[in-house]
Design a protein around this ligand. Sequence first.
Ligand code: NAP
Length: 293
Amino acid sequence: MKVGFIGLGIMGSSMAYNIFKGGYDLIVYNRTESKTKIFKEAGVPVAKTPREVAEKSDVVIIMVTDAPDVESVIFGENGIIGGAHEGLIVIDMSTNSPEYAERFASELAKLKVEFLDAPVTGGDVGAKEGKLTIMVGGKKEVFERIRPIFETMGKLIIYAGPVGSGQKMKLVNQIAVALSDVAMIEAIELAKFFNIDIEQVYKVLSTGGARSFTIESYMPRLMKGDMEPGFKLSHLRKDIGYALEEAKKEKIPLFATSLTYQMLLSAENLGYGEKGIQALIKLYETLSKEKRA
Ligand code: NAP
C-alpha cells in the first residue's frame, strides 16, 4: 500500500516517520515546506499539494489542526478530492468534531472514497515512540485493512464503531486530560504556597493515588519552566469546545469541563495558546495574590 501523509507538525512528523520505518512506500506533504526536511533527507518523496499526495497514494492520512483545516485539505483548492480515485482511503487522525467526520465520510463516499476518523492519544512522546492509542471510527472492514499501518504508530488500536466514533471516544478522553491538567496545576499552586519541595511533590503525585499521564508527562516540563508544546493549549481548548458542543445537544451537564473551557480560553487570550497545556499555570500566576499585592 502506498501511504500519503499530510501535516508534519509535532505529532504528524513522528507518526509519518514511524510509517516510513515500518517499511511503507510513503509520500508526505506539509503546508510549511521546511518541516519536510528530515523526510527529504531520508529519501521520502515530498508532494507539492494534497492533491498530488492523493494521486500517488492508496491511503492518505491527515494530521492537521482543526476540522476546518481538514476540510480545506480534502475539499479546498489543490485538495485531496482533486487527486481522488476509486478505492482511495482517507483517514483523519487529527482531533475534531464527530459531526465533521460524518460529513467528510458522506461527501467522500460520493466519489467512492472511504473515510476513517482515527484520532490518537499519547502525546508527543507516544508519537515519537510509536506507542499511541488510536481510536478508529468507520467501516470495520476498512479498519481491518488499515490496521497494519496503525500498528506502526500505535500500541493500542481500538475499533470504536461507525464513522465519528473515534472522535467521540477522543472527546471523552480529552475531558479527562483537561481536568487532570487543572488538577495538576492547582496541586502545584498550593504546594508553592506551602513551600514544599517540588521534587518531593512530583515523587508523590507521580507514584501515589493521583498518578496520571498528565502528571508524568507535563509536570517535569513545568518544573523546568519549560512551556514549549508537546500538546498545544489551544488544541486542548478546541477539543473541550467540541466535547461541550456534543454534550449541549443532549443537554448533558458537564460542570467542571465548562469551567475548564473558560480557563483554557482565558490562558489562550493571554497569549499562551501556542504553548503547551502546562502553560495553563500562567493563568493562575497572572491572577495570583502576589500579583494583586
Ligand atoms: P501542530 O504541531 O500545530 O501541527 C499542525 C499541523 O497541521 C502542521 O503541520 C500544520 O502545517 C498543519 N496545518 C494546520 N492547518 C492547516 C491547513 N489549513 N492546511 C494545511 N495544513 C495545516 O499540532 P500537533 O500537536 O501535531 O497536533 C495535530 C492534531 O493532533 C491536532 O488536531 C491535535 O489536537 C491532535 N493531537 C495532538 C496531540 C499532542 O500531544 N500534540 C496529541 C493527540 C492529538 P504548518 O506546518 O504549515 O503550520
